[in-house]
Design a protein around this ligand. Sequence first.
Ligand SMILES: C[S@@+](CC[C@H](N)C(=O)[O-])C[C@H]1O[C@@H](n2cnc3c(N)ncnc32)[C@H](O)[C@@H]1O
Length: 249
Amino acid sequence: MGDGDGKPAWQESDSTTFMDWSRYFVPRRATQIRIILDLVPNAGAGDGYVELCCGEGRLSEALLRARPEATLLALDGSAAMRRAAAARLAPFGDRACVTAFDLCGDDWRKLPQVPTDPLAIVSSLAVHHLDDGQKQKLYADMHNALKPGGRLIIADLIEHLSPAAKWVATWTWDESTREAALEHQGPGDPYQQFMATGWNYYADPNPDPIDKPSPLLAQLKWLEQAGFIEVDVHWLLAGHAIFSGRKAT
Ligand SMILES: C[S@@+](CC[C@H](N)C(=O)[O-])C[C@H]1O[C@@H](n2cnc3c(N)ncnc32)[C@H](O)[C@@H]1O
């Protein structure tokens, strides 16, 4: 997060833009959430889930609804996002906890709120803020943290390796946003906002340095190197992929 250390980081203004427009900017949001829910192992009493960079808490809310036995720790670095997530998750009482963290740091891995052996760790649209080395360390640490049989599920932007593939990601993301914008009824034009904010990473010849997506194949290999089994890709559209790995029992 933007803490004044001079490094490029997610800002509170990014949180505002995302909260205002994510339902249009994120391709097939409801489908993505449904796929993640299908992949999350069923919880028994006492099982916990963790969401890294929960944003407004939409995925956390869906998880808590779908798995009434589970508790969930929702972590995010943005105060505005945490406020929105806390309000959204309040109806779940002490099954949900929203806490500050810095994804780039290590300290949160030892927070008392973090379950010692979560059954699932999920993250949507955030791991691309880490560089290659940080992603590899995250995947290794999450493998260590998970309960045997647990799953790490990542939904995220990926880096495409050829100009042709990048072009396909560019126009399919534009198209997805344009289609979603047709349903918009309030003030403002979501597609115009998408263009004006330069939100399409693939369309930008000089992308924001906070965005560091890595190629999908490299990330699948890093998951295997971390010890995950059943490493697989479940969905891909407009440069957005959902992939996961399971910790052996
Ligand atoms: C694009 S939003 C995605 C939010 C949510 N996961 C979703 O899919 O709706 C990225 C989120 O990552 C958080 N974030 C970015 N960099 C972070 C960091 N270094 N530490 C903690 N949170 C961070 C932001 O606050 C924001 O909530």
